[in-house]
Design a protein around this ligand. Structure first.
Ligand code: CP
Length: 303
């Protein structure tokens, strides 16, 4: 694996290898056990959209593997003086940086960047607009595999603002590769995605119908930052009345269903406090898994 931009570029055995390696890191008795694997390597975090979990967990992952992370804050960088991302990367490459972890809202950034990179430079997407978030997809798969053992016979429900969600796109790519037979998308018409990206999934507007017998439910935030005011007439109050994952709605799923959320959560809108903090929630386990998955991705790419 040279770069990681889209889960659909990986084969099932490659995904299983990353998940197995992530479990191996999680089962380690000491977080310092792997501190030599990427010793003396330099990794750059370039985040052109806000992040808490992805940015921090890539930093923790790099440190546990012995690499150093250079953090470029767009607002304090020479991007404010007109430097292009390509020039920023070329300059960091000249300093010996081998891997670039990039989050961008620009749908046309990665293709030209990939062309410009040599064989010794690696790109990892930390989130590309509403298109892709591959390491989130991998940590979601890891969490589902740990909790449910396998993927094939599960009913996985993704509920919320699916049309703006890179998390939903990457998870769908991953679930398809792992042969999950029943993926159901639930959203109001306003957040229905382009179904060509979800060809094997079912779509349902009514949560009561879509949630029945679910094994896994992934709730998604309403991405206000990606919604034009003219595009959507649905108020957050209307949305939460119908689509909030509340105790009642969770009761429609299987009794051992797990509740997932990529974060950040908007409590009281897409998910109730009670469900977010309840015993079926694996939301913080996803975050813990995020460090291990990112360690595995960095190792597969750089070691
Ligand atoms: N899940 C996720 O991408 O969270 P951040 O935006 O905080 O990185």
């Amino acid at each position: 694996m040279k770069d990681l931009l889209y889960l659909k570029d990986l084969r099932k055995d490659e995904i299983n290898e990353i998940l197995d390696l992530s479990d191996h890191y999680l089962n380690s008795k000491s977080p310092h056990e792997f501190g030599n694997l990427l010793k003396n390597q330099s990794i750059a975090n370039l985040f052109f959209e806000p992040s808490t979990r992805t940015s921090a967990s890539f930093q923790v992952a790099a440190k546990r593997l012995g690499a150093e992370t250079i953090i470029i804050d767009e607002k304090k960088s020479s991007a404010t003086k007109g430097e292009t991302i390509l020039d920023t990367i070329r300059n960091l490459k000249a300093m010996g940086v081998k891997a670039f972890i990039i989050r961008t809202g620009d749908k046309n950034l990665f293709k030209p960047l990939i062309k410009d990179m040599g064989s010794d430079t690696h790109l990892i997407s930390a989130g590309e607009s509403s298109i892709s978030h591959p390491t989130q997809g991998l940590l979601d798969l890891l969490t589902i595999r740990q909790e449910k053992g396998s993927f094939e016979d599960l009913k996985v429900v993704i509920m919320g603002d699916i049309s703006h969600s890179r998390v939903a796109r990457s998870l769908m790519e991953g679930l398809d590769i792992m042969n999950t037979k029943n993926v159901t998308l639930i959203s109001p018409e306003e957040f229905k995605p382009e179904m060509r990206f979800f060809q094997s999934a079912n779509y349902e507007k009514d949560p009561k119908k879509g949630l029945s017998d679910a094994d896994v439910i992934v709730t998604l935030r309403v991405q206000k930052e990606r919604i034009e005011s003219s595009e959507n007439s649905l108020s957050l109050e209307q949305y939460s009345n119908h689509y909030q994952l509340s105790e009642d709605k969770l009761g429609l799923c299987k009794p051992d269903a797990i509740v997932m959320h990529p974060g950040p959560m908007n409590r009281g809108i897409e998910i109730s406090d009670h469900v977010a903090d309840g015993k079926q929630s694996v939301i913080l386990k996803q975050v813990e898994n995020g460090v291990a998955v990112r360690m595995a991705v960095l190792t597969q790419i750089l070691n």
